[in-house]
Design a protein around this ligand. Structure first.
Ligand SMILES: C[S@@+](CC[C@H](N)C(=O)[O-])C[C@H]1O[C@@H](n2cnc3c(N)ncnc32)[C@H](O)[C@@H]1O
Length: 204
């Protein structure tokens, strides 16, 4: 939660996250993360790669998720899906394949450059016409109440300062009985003394 952070620290964290993901959008995920990304990361996370075997390699290479939200439950034909913190849109495009032409998927990300990259990736798969991307953030989702059947998110809530607010927003835009498929990182032990309180932990 954000309660222990000063305004100055929150501003530094937001700035650090922005700078990191502008860089990732412009240069690709390779070398920017301490876990496997790109097509290899997807393979290791057990993604259903057969579904997107016609996607150009450059799309899969822009994946920088920390897990596999699709391993948590099915996404069905005709459903309406939101991908929160979609980055370059790899999960968004995969979900678009799952819902088919009767469904639709929206990808949302706070970094404008990531949304541009996602749009460029979408243009490489002309058969997908059920996808849109827009800039926005977890803590104030720009959608009406009860809009989505399913929300997916991969590696984003750990970067969100006010997690309670973001989860409230997520719940608000889900239809009753809707599903949240969330992949993320959590601390399972105290940070070592020399790293605790270091704002750079947020965006390394
Ligand atoms: C680790 S990347 C994951 C991207 C994508 N989900 C994937 O799996 O490839 C985290 C993404 O979260 C976005 N992000 C960070 N803070 C955010 C926030 N408060 N609201 C929305 N997106 C955010 C970043 O711009 C970045 O694209």
């Amino acid at each position: 939660m954000s309660s222990d952070l000063t305004e100055k620290e929150m501003a530094l964290i937001r700035q650090g996250i922005k700078e990191k993901y502008v860089r990732v959008a412009q240069t690709g995920s390779g070398g920017c993360f301490q876990y496997p990304t790109g097509a290899e990361g997807m393979r290791l996370q057990g993604y259903p790669l057969d579904l997107v075997k016609d996607f150009p390699k450059t799309i899969l290479d822009s994946f920088c998720g920390v897990g596999n939200p699709f391993s948590l439950g099915p996404i069905r034909e005709g459903e309406v899906v939101l991908d929160i913190g979609c980055g370059a849109g790899v999960d968004t495009l995969m979900a678009a394949r799952m819902v088919g032409p009767k469904g639709r998927v929206v990808g949302l990300d706070v970094t404008e450059e990531m949304i541009q990259r996602a749009g460029a990736n979408l243009s490489l798969v002309p058969s997908l016409n059920n996808v849109s991307f827009q800039v926005g953030e977890t803590e104030s989702l720009p959608f009406p109440d009860k809009e989505f059947d399913v929300i997916i998110s991969n590696g984003v809530f750990n970067l969100t300062l006010n997690k309670a607010k973001a989860l409230k927003e997520t719940y608000r835009v889900l239809k009753p009985g809707g599903r949240l498929l969330l992949a993320d990182m959590v601390l399972v032990a105290e940070l070592p003394q020399e790293r605790a309180g270091n704002v750079e932990n947020w965006y390394q």
